[in-house]
Design a protein around this ligand. Structure first.
Ligand code: ATR
Length: 284
């Protein structure tokens, strides 16, 4: 079987997904293609009809369609429904089902680098409360992390994450300055806002002054590869976890949903790093 895969979003021309999925196909000996479908908001419905007619096997969804697409799908997986965003769609003979692979991708990438970080007594701080934070919060709760704090510029938006837990997890909502003051309490700090993303690479959402050396500081921004926050974390002797690994593992989970095959990741993290370096996305 030949898999027809792709990405809808606007803009999409700089996406790394074709590179990643091409590698997955080589790695699993699966035949197929991964195409970019640049789609402005007013073109969404027409694009979905086109993709169904073209017998697409599945596709990823990115900005600005992750929420809007939900009303056009025949079914939405329960996690994606609770998170309120879809980034992966399967086409089953014209029936479209949506999933969200961000949270699980994040957890997989973190577990690969730091397997002990999910022990129950650990405390996590999430910075930000957007779509990515919702997926990651839900995945961390499911991992059994008992204490999670969420800090966001708009506090009310952080409160909106509380309805995402099925299992009980102690969750507190903080301001950024409260989070900075309590930083030495956390074993894991996850930065999910767009602060620090190229071209605003000189920005940092909070100061890490009080971070402890055993703490893992994780930034889901991958352009640049080493954000200002991660550079400060490394300078202070803390552990770091980079955003491009989440990008890879959320793609791995999407590929599994579409094809049933499990790509090996060994050299891919380095290959993606090289590609990001080639684009000049290292320290700027
Ligand atoms: P995503 O899907 O990538 O999570 P999003 O849903 O638009 O994107 O969420 C963006 C997140 O980045 C939010 O937490 C947002 O904070 P607000 O809820 O207060 O808007 C945060 N964010 C974006 N720009 C920011 C800035 N300059 N300072 C602080 N937080 C910022």
């Amino acid at each position: 079987m030949e898999f027809k895969l792709g990405l809808i979003g606007y803009p999409v021309q700089h996406s790394l997904s074709p590179f990643i999925h091409q590698k997955f196909m080589e790695n699993t000996s699966i035949q197929g293609s991964y195409q970019l479908f640049e789609t402005e908001p007013h073109q969404l419905e027409k694009r979905l009809e086109e993709l169904k007619r073209a017998d697409i096997s599945g596709f990823n969804v990115t900005v600005p369609h992750k929420q809007a697409i939900m009303s056009y799908l025949d079914e939405v997986d329960s996690d994606a429904y609770r998170i309120g965003a879809v980034n992966t769609v399967v086409n089953d003979k014209g029936r479209l089902k949506g999933y969200n692979t961000d949270g699980i991708g994040y957890v997989r990438s973190l577990a690969e680098a730091y397997p002990n970080v999910f022990q129950q007594e650990k405390k996590a701080l999430i910075l930000g409360a957007g779509g990515a934070a919702r997926g990651i919060y839900r995945a961390l709760v499911k991992q059994g992390i008992q204490g999670i704090s969420i800090a966001n510029r708009t506090k009310s938006k952080a409160e909106g994450l509380l309805d995402l837990q099925d299992l009980h997890t102690e969750t507190e909502i903080l301001s950024f300055s409260e989070a900075e003051a309590a930083l030495d309490n956390f074993d894991l700090i996850v930065q999910t806002t767009s602060v620090g993303m190229s071209p605003n690479h000189d920005e940092q959402v909070i100061s890490l002054n009080k971070v402890k050396p055993h703490t893992v500081v994780s930034d889901i921004v991958y352009k640049p590869l080493n954000t200002k926050l991660l550079r400060e974390a490394a300078n202070l002797g803390a552990k770091t976890h980079h955003g491009h690994t989440m990008l890879l593992y959320q793609a791995q989970y999407a590929f599994e949903i579409w094809t049933g095959a499990h790509p090996q990741m060994e050299s891919l993290v380095e290959q993606l790093e090289q590609r990001l370096r080639g684009n000049g996305y290292v320290n700027r």
